[in-house]
Design a protein around this ligand. Structure first.
Ligand SMILES: [Zn+2]
Length: 388
């Protein structure tokens, strides 16, 4: 008998009908109190050697909640497919089709259990292992700076010994829990930062202290939500006026930033529609100026030189908003810390347009290598921070 299960870490799917392997009908649940949908992750069992056809019947409903100015951009379901795995370690890409309503893929699993997901999951236990791995180094300290509404810890990892001269570099991730690429990105950069044989890592730690919040929305991650917390709050629209009642995660991170200081911040996301790695500075805050723009360009150039997966010349979809939306983290930070470089990062779910790997698309491994290469970008700009 085939069983489709979502009660697994970061799992999310509902079953309409799984009685026939050749027509397994599923739905992607919406986030709580919200119309967002997109993330799915489920386990199929009893499937070895069976030609399975999976259909996400309501996929097209996600088009009603697309971001503004996306008319000319392909939707999240087109020209891509799910990642699949037998062991939750190695993930491979499956082709799929989308007819505007239903997302449709076929697979004949080699084993009796196979997992399918919008991207490789980064479940709660992996957050804990990431932290434990970092804390094996004497360079790393951990402080729990707050709690989510479901009482999960908001952790701040500090790498390096603070001194007044060192630049304060922040890396925050996973306000949107389905954007697991950000978790793999941070794994890669921490691993490199702790490699004493790496000259860039050593140089950075002499000049900077890293403040890393690996998961700003642990409730959403644990529950398999796309963009919200357990009460349907989109944390990246809370920064202008966060509250303990709605968004204690943002309150905790803002308090820590004000207490510690901030010269650089990258807020790590992923975009299910874009075919690029996309970084944008907070260039519409009132304090933006030519010096800050120049520092951003140094950063971009150095990152691109280290990793062609960072493509230069990508533009903000639909054009840059004329007025900075201070409810979003990168703009709020760029406004609150007028000397700092604050950027938004979007990685793809699909692949890059300019360095594609058709067999796999974007993968956790590429996200991890991209996180390691980010340190080259930061190294290229570290001397310029706090000067403009
Ligand atoms: Zn996001």
């Amino acid at each position: 008998m085939i069983s489709i299960d979502a009660a697994i870490p970061s799992g999310r799917i509902t079953v309409r009908n799984a009685s026939d392997a050749s027509d397994i009908q599923l739905d992607v649940p919406k986030d709580p109190e919200s119309n967002f949908l997109g993330w799915y992750h489920f386990r199929a069992s009893g499937v070895r050697g069976r030609k399975c056809r999976f259909r996400l019947m309501n996929a097209g409903e996600s088009r009603a909640v697309r971001l503004a100015n996306r008319e000319g951009i392909e939707d999240r379901w087109t020209h891509t497919g799910p990642l699949a795995s037998y062991d939750l370690v190695n993930w491979f890409r499956i082709n799929a089709t989308f007819d505007g309503t239903t997302f449709d893929f076929e697979h004949e699993p080699a084993f009796d259990v196979c997992y399918y997901a919008a991207f490789a999951p980064f479940p709660p236990e992996r957050d804990q292992r990431l932290i434990a791995g970092a804390l094996a180094s004497p360079l790393a300290r951990l402080e729990t700076i707050g709690h989510s509404l479901q009482a999960r810890p908001i952790d701040l990892l500090t790498m390096g010994a603070p001194t007044p001269e060192k630049k304060q570099c922040w890396i925050i991730a996973r306000q949107h829990p389905s954007e697991t690429q950000a978790g793999f990105f941070i794994e890669g950069l921490i691993e490199r930062l702790l490699n004493a044989q790496d000259a860039v890592a050593r140089a950075l730690l002499e000049q900077a202290v890293f403040y890393i919040v690996p998961n700003m929305n642990p409730d959403g991650s644990a529950n398999g939500f796309s963009r919200t917390t357990s009460t349907g709050v989109n944390l990246n629209r809370e920064w202008a006026s966060p509250s303990d009642e709605r968004s204690p995660e943002v309150v905790a991170v803002q308090d820590a930033m004000r207490r510690i200081g901030l010269d650089f911040c990258i807020d790590c996301h992923a975009d299910p529609e874009l075919r690029c790695n996309f970084v944008w500075p907070s260039q519409n805050v009132p304090t933006w100026n030519a010096d800050r723009q120049r520092v951003f360009e140094y950063f971009e150039d150095a990152w691109h030189a280290a990793s062609p997966d960072y493509g230069l010349g990508e533009v903000y979809p639909g054009g840059v908003p004329q007025e900075a939306d201070l409810s979003m983290a990168w703009n709020w930070i760029g406004n609150a810390f007028p000397h700092a470089l604050s950027v938004l990062l979007e990685q793809p779910f699909k692949d890059t347009r300019y360095t594609p790997v058709p067999a796999t698309g974007w993968t956790p491994q590429r996200a991890s290598r991209f996180g390691a290469a980010f340190l080259d970008g930061l190294h290229g700009v570290i001397d310029h921070l706090r000067k403009q």
